[in-house]
Write a protein that binds this ligand. Sequence first.
Ligand SMILES: Nc1ncnc2c1ncn2[C@@H]1O[C@H](COP(=O)(O)OP(=O)(O)OP(=O)(O)O)[C@@H](O)[C@H]1O
Length: 222
Amino acid sequence: MVFDIDLCVQRGERAIACAFRSDSGIVALFGPSGVGKTSVLDMLAGLLRPNAGHVAIAGRRLFDSATAIDLPTARRRCGYVFQQPRLFPHMRVRANLRYGRPRGDPDGGTHGLSQQALIDLLGIGDLLDRWPSSLSGGEAQRVAIGRALLSDPHYLLLDEPISSLDDARRQEILDMIARLHGLTAIPIVYVSHDRRELDYLGGDIIVLDGSHAGDAPDRVIT
Ligand SMILES: Nc1ncnc2c1ncn2[C@@H]1O[C@H](COP(=O)(O)OP(=O)(O)OP(=O)(O)O)[C@@H](O)[C@H]1O
Protein backbone atom coordinates (compact mmCIF):
# COMPACT_ATOMS: atom_id res chain seq x y z
CA MET A 1 0.00 0.00 0.00
CA VAL A 2 1.55 3.31 -1.05
CA PHE A 3 -0.99 5.62 0.57
CA ASP A 4 -3.11 4.89 3.63
CA ILE A 5 -4.72 8.18 4.60
CA ASP A 6 -7.61 9.03 6.90
CA LEU A 7 -7.62 12.58 8.21
CA CYS A 8 -9.93 15.22 9.52
CA VAL A 9 -9.45 18.74 10.73
CA GLN A 10 -11.64 21.69 11.56
CA ARG A 11 -10.59 24.98 9.91
CA GLY A 12 -12.78 27.86 10.93
CA GLU A 13 -16.30 26.95 9.88
CA ARG A 14 -15.23 24.15 7.57
CA ALA A 15 -14.79 20.49 8.54
CA ILE A 16 -12.22 18.93 6.21
CA ALA A 17 -11.94 15.16 5.90
CA CYS A 18 -10.08 12.94 3.48
CA ALA A 19 -9.82 9.15 3.53
CA PHE A 20 -8.39 6.84 0.89
CA ARG A 21 -6.03 3.94 0.34
CA SER A 22 -4.13 3.59 -2.89
CA ASP A 23 -1.50 1.38 -4.45
CA SER A 24 -0.84 3.89 -7.18
CA GLY A 25 2.45 5.80 -7.02
CA ILE A 26 0.63 8.98 -7.99
CA VAL A 27 -2.66 10.17 -6.56
CA ALA A 28 -4.47 13.33 -7.44
CA LEU A 29 -6.64 15.35 -5.10
CA PHE A 30 -9.41 17.01 -7.03
CA GLY A 31 -12.08 19.39 -5.84
CA PRO A 32 -13.40 22.94 -5.96
CA SER A 33 -11.68 25.94 -4.44
CA GLY A 34 -11.91 26.01 -0.67
CA VAL A 35 -12.84 22.34 -0.20
CA GLY A 36 -9.58 21.66 1.65
CA LYS A 37 -7.00 20.32 -0.82
CA THR A 38 -4.12 22.44 0.47
CA SER A 39 -5.12 21.64 4.05
CA VAL A 40 -4.82 17.92 3.25
CA LEU A 41 -1.34 18.44 1.77
CA ASP A 42 -0.34 20.47 4.83
CA MET A 43 -1.46 17.59 7.05
CA LEU A 44 0.57 15.13 4.95
CA ALA A 45 3.59 17.42 5.30
CA GLY A 46 3.14 17.81 9.06
CA LEU A 47 2.48 21.54 8.77
CA LEU A 48 -1.10 21.25 10.01
CA ARG A 49 -2.04 18.87 12.79
CA PRO A 50 -5.16 16.78 12.08
CA ASN A 51 -7.79 16.49 14.80
CA ALA A 52 -7.74 12.72 14.31
CA GLY A 53 -6.76 9.98 11.88
CA HIS A 54 -3.63 8.49 10.42
CA VAL A 55 -1.15 8.96 7.58
CA ALA A 56 1.07 6.20 6.21
CA ILE A 57 3.01 6.68 3.00
CA ALA A 58 5.10 3.92 1.45
CA GLY A 59 4.91 1.94 4.67
CA ARG A 60 6.05 4.77 6.96
CA ARG A 61 3.54 5.80 9.61
CA LEU A 62 3.85 9.58 9.83
CA PHE A 63 0.83 10.38 11.95
CA ASP A 64 -1.55 8.32 14.04
CA SER A 65 -3.76 9.95 16.62
CA ALA A 66 -4.57 6.53 18.16
CA THR A 67 -0.92 5.82 19.03
CA ALA A 68 0.27 9.43 19.44
CA ILE A 69 2.62 9.26 16.44
CA ASP A 70 3.28 12.67 14.90
CA LEU A 71 6.57 12.94 13.06
CA PRO A 72 7.73 16.56 12.81
CA THR A 73 7.94 17.96 9.28
CA ALA A 74 11.73 17.76 9.12
CA ARG A 75 11.68 14.03 9.85
CA ARG A 76 8.94 13.24 7.36
CA ARG A 77 11.33 13.86 4.43
CA CYS A 78 8.68 15.43 2.28
CA GLY A 79 9.25 17.49 -0.88
CA TYR A 80 6.60 20.20 -1.14
CA VAL A 81 6.09 22.31 -4.26
CA PHE A 82 3.69 25.22 -3.97
CA GLN A 83 1.55 27.09 -6.47
CA GLN A 84 4.23 29.79 -6.58
CA PRO A 85 7.84 28.55 -6.87
CA ARG A 86 9.10 30.35 -3.72
CA LEU A 87 12.75 30.13 -4.75
CA PHE A 88 15.28 31.84 -2.49
CA PRO A 89 15.88 35.16 -4.29
CA HIS A 90 19.42 35.64 -2.95
CA MET A 91 20.66 32.28 -4.27
CA ARG A 92 21.41 31.35 -7.85
CA VAL A 93 19.56 28.38 -9.32
CA ARG A 94 22.43 26.00 -8.50
CA ALA A 95 22.38 27.00 -4.83
CA ASN A 96 18.60 26.79 -4.72
CA LEU A 97 18.80 23.25 -6.04
CA ARG A 98 21.38 22.26 -3.45
CA TYR A 99 19.49 23.78 -0.55
CA GLY A 100 18.35 20.88 1.57
CA ARG A 101 20.77 18.33 0.09
CA PRO A 102 21.71 15.74 2.69
CA ARG A 103 24.96 16.82 4.35
CA GLY A 104 28.14 15.55 2.74
CA ASP A 105 26.35 14.64 -0.50
CA PRO A 106 26.13 17.87 -2.54
CA ASP A 107 26.28 16.12 -5.91
CA GLY A 108 24.05 13.15 -5.10
CA GLY A 109 20.84 12.30 -6.91
CA THR A 110 17.48 11.05 -5.84
CA HIS A 111 15.36 7.93 -6.29
CA GLY A 112 17.75 6.29 -8.72
CA LEU A 113 18.28 9.44 -10.79
CA SER A 114 21.68 11.12 -10.76
CA GLN A 115 21.65 14.88 -10.16
CA GLN A 116 22.60 15.45 -13.79
CA ALA A 117 19.83 13.13 -15.03
CA LEU A 118 17.31 15.06 -12.96
CA ILE A 119 18.60 18.41 -14.24
CA ASP A 120 18.29 17.06 -17.81
CA LEU A 121 14.80 15.73 -17.15
CA LEU A 122 13.73 19.14 -15.84
CA GLY A 123 15.49 20.95 -18.69
CA ILE A 124 17.22 23.39 -16.34
CA GLY A 125 20.88 22.75 -17.21
CA ASP A 126 21.23 26.18 -18.85
CA LEU A 127 19.74 27.97 -15.87
CA LEU A 128 22.15 26.93 -13.12
CA ASP A 129 24.00 30.27 -12.92
CA ARG A 130 20.89 32.43 -13.21
CA TRP A 131 19.15 34.36 -10.41
CA PRO A 132 15.52 33.43 -9.69
CA SER A 133 14.36 36.95 -10.64
CA SER A 134 15.53 36.33 -14.23
CA LEU A 135 13.49 33.12 -14.70
CA SER A 136 10.13 32.76 -16.39
CA GLY A 137 7.29 31.26 -14.35
CA GLY A 138 7.69 27.84 -15.98
CA GLU A 139 11.47 27.83 -15.51
CA ALA A 140 11.15 28.83 -11.87
CA GLN A 141 8.58 26.10 -11.25
CA ARG A 142 10.85 23.47 -12.82
CA VAL A 143 13.68 24.63 -10.53
CA ALA A 144 11.31 24.44 -7.55
CA ILE A 145 10.43 20.84 -8.44
CA GLY A 146 14.14 20.06 -8.81
CA ARG A 147 14.90 21.63 -5.43
CA ALA A 148 12.19 19.55 -3.78
CA LEU A 149 13.45 16.36 -5.41
CA LEU A 150 17.12 16.94 -4.67
CA SER A 151 16.38 17.04 -0.96
CA ASP A 152 15.91 13.28 -1.54
CA PRO A 153 12.38 13.20 -0.16
CA HIS A 154 10.41 10.07 0.64
CA TYR A 155 7.35 11.57 -1.08
CA LEU A 156 6.45 14.59 -3.14
CA LEU A 157 3.51 16.97 -2.68
CA LEU A 158 2.59 19.19 -5.63
CA ASP A 159 -0.01 21.89 -4.91
CA GLU A 160 -1.44 23.17 -8.21
CA PRO A 161 2.10 23.56 -9.56
CA ILE A 162 1.02 24.75 -13.00
CA SER A 163 -2.01 26.88 -12.23
CA SER A 164 -0.13 30.15 -12.75
CA LEU A 165 1.40 29.16 -16.13
CA ASP A 166 0.23 29.50 -19.71
CA ASP A 167 -0.98 26.44 -21.65
CA ALA A 168 2.34 25.57 -23.34
CA ARG A 169 4.30 25.77 -20.09
CA ARG A 170 1.61 23.78 -18.30
CA GLN A 171 1.96 20.94 -20.77
CA GLU A 172 5.78 20.96 -20.43
CA ILE A 173 5.57 20.57 -16.67
CA LEU A 174 2.84 17.93 -16.87
CA ASP A 175 5.00 15.93 -19.32
CA MET A 176 7.94 16.27 -16.98
CA ILE A 177 5.94 15.06 -13.96
CA ALA A 178 4.63 12.11 -16.00
CA ARG A 179 8.22 11.20 -16.99
CA LEU A 180 9.35 11.55 -13.39
CA HIS A 181 6.57 9.22 -12.30
CA GLY A 182 7.64 6.73 -14.99
CA LEU A 183 11.31 6.84 -14.01
CA THR A 184 11.13 6.80 -10.21
CA ALA A 185 9.04 5.15 -7.54
CA ILE A 186 8.64 8.32 -5.49
CA PRO A 187 5.05 8.59 -4.22
CA ILE A 188 3.44 11.78 -5.54
CA VAL A 189 0.31 13.62 -4.39
CA TYR A 190 -0.81 16.14 -7.00
CA VAL A 191 -3.49 18.73 -6.26
CA SER A 192 -5.56 20.44 -8.90
CA HIS A 193 -9.03 21.72 -9.61
CA ASP A 194 -8.52 21.00 -13.33
CA ARG A 195 -9.73 17.52 -14.11
CA ARG A 196 -7.87 17.42 -17.46
CA GLU A 197 -4.48 17.63 -15.73
CA LEU A 198 -5.36 14.71 -13.53
CA ASP A 199 -6.62 12.55 -16.38
CA TYR A 200 -3.37 13.23 -18.18
CA LEU A 201 -1.22 12.14 -15.24
CA GLY A 202 -3.18 8.96 -14.55
CA GLY A 203 -3.10 7.30 -11.14
CA ASP A 204 -5.96 7.41 -8.66
CA ILE A 205 -8.10 10.52 -8.48
CA ILE A 206 -9.49 11.36 -5.05
CA VAL A 207 -12.52 13.58 -5.26
CA LEU A 208 -12.93 15.97 -2.35
CA ASP A 209 -16.39 17.43 -2.61
CA GLY A 210 -16.92 18.56 0.95
CA SER A 211 -19.76 16.09 1.55
CA HIS A 212 -17.60 13.53 3.34
CA ALA A 213 -19.20 12.87 6.71
CA GLY A 214 -16.18 11.15 8.21
CA ASP A 215 -17.41 7.58 7.98
CA ALA A 216 -17.06 6.83 4.27
CA PRO A 217 -13.99 7.06 2.06
CA ASP A 218 -13.69 9.81 -0.49
CA ARG A 219 -14.62 8.86 -3.97
CA VAL A 220 -11.72 7.26 -5.77
CA ILE A 221 -11.70 7.21 -9.54
CA THR A 222 -9.01 5.10 -11.13
N1 LIG B 1 -5.91 29.42 8.91
C1 LIG B 1 -7.20 29.18 8.64
N2 LIG B 1 -8.17 29.50 9.51
C2 LIG B 1 -9.47 29.27 9.25
N3 LIG B 1 -9.90 28.74 8.09
C3 LIG B 1 -8.98 28.41 7.18
C4 LIG B 1 -7.59 28.61 7.39
N4 LIG B 1 -6.92 28.20 6.29
C5 LIG B 1 -7.85 27.75 5.44
N5 LIG B 1 -9.07 27.89 5.96
C6 LIG B 1 -10.35 27.49 5.34
O1 LIG B 1 -10.30 26.09 5.13
C7 LIG B 1 -10.93 25.76 3.91
C8 LIG B 1 -9.98 24.93 3.04
O2 LIG B 1 -8.89 25.73 2.59
P1 LIG B 1 -7.81 25.11 1.60
O3 LIG B 1 -6.83 26.19 1.27
O4 LIG B 1 -7.28 23.86 2.18
O5 LIG B 1 -8.72 24.76 0.32
P2 LIG B 1 -8.29 24.39 -1.17
O6 LIG B 1 -9.23 23.31 -1.60
O7 LIG B 1 -6.83 24.09 -1.23
O8 LIG B 1 -8.60 25.73 -1.94
P3 LIG B 1 -7.92 26.37 -3.27
O9 LIG B 1 -8.22 25.42 -4.40
O10 LIG B 1 -8.66 27.69 -3.40
O11 LIG B 1 -6.45 26.53 -2.99
C9 LIG B 1 -11.37 27.07 3.27
O12 LIG B 1 -12.74 27.24 3.53
C10 LIG B 1 -10.53 28.11 3.97
O13 LIG B 1 -11.23 29.32 4.04
